[in-house]
Design a protein around this ligand. Structure first.
Ligand SMILES: *C/C=C(C)/C=C/C=C(C)/C=C/C1=C(C)CCCC1(C)C
Length: 258
């Protein structure tokens, strides 16, 4: 088949149109400006998440059976976050406002999935109770629902913050001193223990960005929308992509040993 320049242009235009179809709210304003660093960070990181999702899924196919669940859930986290990033970029580019609702819906889906990863990597190498799964799940839901109710003005902003902090503290207790922390220290092989403690550091230090954002951006208003969104976005690279990358490292090390 001979390709004429016209045909190529037409195909490119259709492809370009299709690529923007689901997210454009206002075609006149929904373009990425060269100096819009928040918009650019949404764009770049959504692509990194899509690439990471494909990598984790392919690796789920290659790795031994007991690691498949952890890798598949890790890929789901990336896909769910990437789709939210597409929409958040659009809200940002067309309104210049922080896409709070999308941000929280994203967290509501991805954070519990990430928390139960602690359960799944331990379940791959040791005997763990179903109670651990539920404690991690419930702790993260309490943290996020309280934060959302506070930020949406449905409950007192400080009350939402304090209850949210309590949910986070409960999660930290479980992974440091509760059953999860104990199983890791007592029965997990070295590679899994190493990953477990890196993931735990991410949940302690990396995740501290979000309550800090709630405090500085919402409770006392010191941080503007640009700073807040750039910091959240860069933090997500560590807290979502690297978090699952660390799980992959443990799975890969264990698979090489077997
Ligand atoms: C990928 C997204 C992640 C890992 C989001 C994590 C979000 C949090 C750890 C949010 C925590 C909050 C509190 C600890 C207090 C209340 C307000 C929140 C919801 C921002």
């Amino acid at each position: 088949m001979k390709l004429s320049m016209g045909k190529v242009m037409k195909t490119a235009m259709i492809a370009g149109g299709l690529a923007t179809l689901p997210t454009v709210a206002n075609a006149a304003t929904a373009m990425l400006a060269a100096t819009d660093y928040v918009g650019i960070s949404f764009w770049t990181i959504s692509m990194a998440m899509m690439a990471a999702a494909i990598f984790f899924l392919m690796e789920a196919g290659r790795l031994p059976g007991k690691w498949k669940t952890a890798m598949t859930i890790g890929a789901l986290v990336q896909i769910v976050a990437a789709v939210h990033y597409f929409y958040m970029r659009d809200v940002w580019v067309s309104t210049g406002e922080t896409p709070t609702v999308y941000r929280y819906v994203d967290w509501l889906i991805t954070v519990p999935l990430q928390m139960v990863e602690f359960y799944f990597i331990l379940a791959a190498v040791a005997v763990v109770s179903a109670g651990m799964f539920w404690r991690l799940m419930i702790g993260s839901l309490v943290m996020l629902v309280a934060g959302y109710l506070g930020e949406a003005g449905l409950v007192n902003a400080w009350l939402g913050f304090v209850v949210g902090m309590a949910g986070w503290a409960y999660i930290l207790y479980e992974i440091f001193a509760g059953e999860a922390g104990k199983v890791s220290a007592e029965s997990a092989p070295e590679a899994v223990q190493k990953s477990f403690s890196t993931m735990r550091m991410i949940v302690t230090v990396g995740w501290a960005i979000y309550p800090l954002g709630y405090f500085l951006g919402y409770l006392n208003g010191a941080a503007d929308a640009v700073t807040l969104n750039v910091i959240y976005n860069v933090a997500d690279v560590v807290n979502k992509i690297a978090f699952v990358g660390v799980i992959w490292a443990a799975a890969n090390a264990e698979a090489a040993k077997a």
